[in-house]
Design a protein around this ligand. Structure first.
Ligand code: SF4
Length: 373
């Protein structure tokens, strides 16, 4: 092994690894540049504590996949691999990310779970390796200069109270890998204690439930923890994630720890019995949040959609999927850049929207609906 710089990492050490409930990669690779970063030493300490034995320190920054693998084997190998890399300057320029947040920050790219509808299938290219960034300091550095300058939520009268918002879960599920990185705790702590100034807030969404490392952090109510929740008929497409009751229980735990919280109800699908299933979900959430002091809860509702590109990738990864990817039952929606995505027809959208608006009001009146799409 190449020696790794062992000066202090910006994150506290993890203390309660419970690998049985957490993703443990079979393979870990560290690029040459990443090996020089202090945070990498902490990641490797966590990787070792999780029981990973195949850790390779590369002599270059390029990550190559083993040759001769079938598409299925390459997918499985990639989903079993954690890569520690340095985010290049081109990926350190935050971009607006409507309708969620003013800016996007990436602590990692890729996710170890196996959701058959995963939106990453259409947005990330190549084998789905989970790449975590060793230069967390560089990732978080733009927060101070961008605070006050957002146009997505900062310019929205209903959301201006959130400050300038930074979304951490565009290209990964940061909680699903937190036990191996500590990057999320670093971000929450730094923003919560004002290290990057005042007026910024973080937000992320997750399908995992291992919130213990977050509960005691000095978050300053500046991070909104949202849980991606769905009907039981959709949950079956979400391999490798925490079960729905576990996510709902975790939502209650972070709310009781003082975090602003949220529901990301996505992707909404009108599966058989959807009204009953989503009603049961909202009732379970209401129960989990009952009696929380200073509750601040939001909801974001996102219907299922796919693109020609994401459909092709998903059908390559999950050839036997029963996910509805039939263009004939959808409406084609064109973007300003000429791309197309397939959404539900207008009548279905109106019915879903009306139902969620009414039932959120009735079953979870504390929740502010931020957007519907
Ligand atoms: S948890 Fe999110 S990012 Fe991960 S596979 Fe599922 S949809 Fe994709």
């Amino acid at each position: 092994m190449t020696p790794v710089n062992s000066s202090p990492s910006p994150v506290p050490p993890v203390t309660d690894l419970r690998p049985a409930r957490r993703w443990v990669p079979r393979h870990v690779v560290v690029t040459r540049s990443a090996a020089e970063r202090p945070h990498t030493a902490e990641i490797l300490r966590r990787v070792e504590a999780a029981g990973v034995t195949d850790v390779q320190l590369l002599t270059a920054d390029r990550i190559t996949s083993p040759r001769g693998l079938s598409e299925r084997e390459a997918y499985a190998r990639a989903k079993d691999t954690l890569a520690v890399v340095v985010a290049p300057p081109s990926q350190l320029r935050p971009q607006p990310i409507p309708p969620s947040a003013d800016w996007r920050l990436d602590l990692a790219k890729g996710c170890p779970a196996h959701c058959q509808y995963c939106y990453l299938a259409g947005s990330l290219t190549g084998p789905p390796i989970t790449r975590v960034y060793a230069n967390v300091d560089d990732v978080l550095a733009p927060i101070r200069s961008l605070t006050g300058s957002g146009s997505v939520t900062t310019g929205d009268a209903d959301r201006a109270g959130e400050g300038t918002t930074f979304e951490l879960s565009c290209y990964t599920d940061p909680l699903g890998i937190e036990h191996l990185t500590g990057s999320l705790a670093a971000a929450v702590t730094e923003v919560g204690t004002g290290l990057h100034g005042d007026g910024a807030s973080l937000r992320f969404t997750t399908k995992f439930d291992d919130v213990a490392p977050l509960l005691a952090l000095p978050h300053g109510r500046r991070t909104r923890v949202r849980f991606s929740l769905n009907a039981s008929g959709v949950e079956r497409f979400e391999g490798g994630t925490a079960r729905m009751p576990e996510r709902v229980a975790a939502l209650g735990r972070v709310a009781r720890a003082g975090y602003p919280v949220g529901l990301t109800i996505a992707p909404v699908m009108p599966v058989d019995g959807w009204r009953e299933q989503y009603a049961a979900l909202l009732d379970a959430v209401a129960l989990a949040l009952a009696g929380v002091d200073d509750l601040d809860v939001t909801a974001e509702v996102i219907t299922h959609r796919f693109t020609p590109g994401s459909k092709e990738v998903i059908q390559g990864w999950y050839p036997r999927t029963r996910l509805d990817l039939d263009e004939d039952g959808r409406r084609a929606k064109r973007s300003t850049f000429g791309g197309v995505k397939y959404v539900y027809p207008g009548e279905t959208m109106r019915e879903l929207r009306g139902w969620f608006t009414d039932e959120l009001d009735a079953r979870l009146p504390q929740a502010r609906l931020l957007y519907w799409t």
